[in-house]
Unconditional design. Structure first.
Length: 348
């Protein structure tokens, strides 16, 4: 790390501009982005911690406190894993109000990247002809950037599941795409899974260095990553533990559906359904007198005919009913809020 005394790398650039002092950085960012300016103002303060907002996709949004040193450790781990050293070019297209966007800034500051910032929307590469070594996106942004992926060398995608149909679309791209596993509490990703440009396609995530993984009595992932979290993190993610550094993600424990004594993982069913459904959708369990819970399918958009047999579902995975809604309820980071969307269906 080649940090100047005021804690940023000498090669750090923002939108093509170099800086010799923190004041220069703050003056520049104040002119074009309030959220970036506010974060950097906090980052360069004498406080040891940063307060970060969780997305609220699986619970009530809340603010948590993270040590700046832990964010630096996370940035160094990412740089080492993806071999993105000083003077790497990167694109920030995520909101800096949340951890994923904040960490793109921290990586650039600490590792000495040349970072371009674009407006946060669903088409991050629209009108952009530049080439980048690294960027991070959510699945919808990736979906809308397929034709321009040749301009990016490495891309990490998080904030949602990358569907089977989307994975198929990126197979011929020269851009190497990685799915990430992580959360605000672990300062973004602690494990990655390569989705293309590999001869050994796998459903297994590989953890980054200095991360230990276990599973609890519920078969949920437990993470010990002391460089980015002071406490052991007990997740609600059901996994198959493959080895001491690899795991297969099965789905959320709180999403598991017990239908007639059979435990169903919605995320695995959705992976199969994504082969035949182009619109956004999800499956969820609702109360049923006979089964306890029954599996239903909710699709965003106009009514359409589906041949569910093409999805190769087992008889237990077959939805009992299908509903269509105009628009899903989302968090600010565009994650689907399943239970709130379910409330839109007045029949239930």
């Amino acid at each position: 790390m080649n940090l100047v005394p005021n804690r940023f790398h000498k090669d750090f650039q923002l939108n093509g501009f170099s800086f010799t002092s923190v004041d220069e950085i703050l003056t520049y960012t104040k002119g074009f982005s309030d959220e970036i300016y506010q974060f950097l103002n906090d980052w360069f303060s004498n406080e040891d911690c940063i307060y970060v907002q969780t997305s609220g996709s699986t619970g009530t949004p809340k603010k948590i406190q993270i040590l700046k040193q832990q964010m630096i450790n996370s940035a160094l781990a990412t740089g080492n894993f993806f071999h993105t050293k000083e003077k790497s070019t990167a694109l920030l297209c995520l909101s800096v109000n949340y951890i994923a966007g904040k960490m793109m800034l921290v990586r650039a500051l600490i590792l000495g990247w040349s970072l371009d910032v674009v407006k946060t929307n669903s088409f991050p590469l629209k009108g952009n002809k530049k080439e980048y070594d690294f960027t991070a996106m959510v699945p919808l942004q990736l979906e809308n950037s397929i034709k321009k992926l040749k301009n990016i060398k490495k891309l990490i995608v998080g904030g949602g599941v990358v569907s089977a149909s989307l994975q198929l679309k990126i197979q011929k791209s020269t851009c190497v795409v990685f799915a990430t596993y992580g959360m605000t509490e672990t300062i973004t990703h602690i494990a990655v899974k390569q989705l293309n440009n590999t001869t050994s396609k796998s459903n297994f995530y590989k953890v980054l260095p200095n991360v230990a993984i276990f599973k609890d009595v519920r078969n949920c992932l437990v993470i010990k990553a002391l460089k980015v979290s002071d406490e052991v993190v007990f997740t609600n993610d059901v996994i198959n533990l493959i080895s001491d550094n690899r795991f297969e993600w099965l789905g959320r424990f709180d999403n598991v559906i017990n239908s007639g004594g059979i435990k169903l993982h919605p995320e695995k069913i959705e992976e199969k359904l994504s082969k035949i459904i182009k619109n956004r959708f999800f499956v969820i369990g609702v109360s049923d007198e006979k089964l306890g819970e029954k599996l239903i399918l909710i699709i965003e958009g106009l009514h359409q005919y589906l041949d569910l047999k093409l999805a190769e579902l087992s008889k237990f995975e077959m939805p009992k009913e299908i509903y269509f809604v105009d628009n899903f309820v989302e968090t600010e980071t565009k994650k689907i809020q399943r239970k709130k969307t379910l409330d839109l269906i007045s029949i239930l």
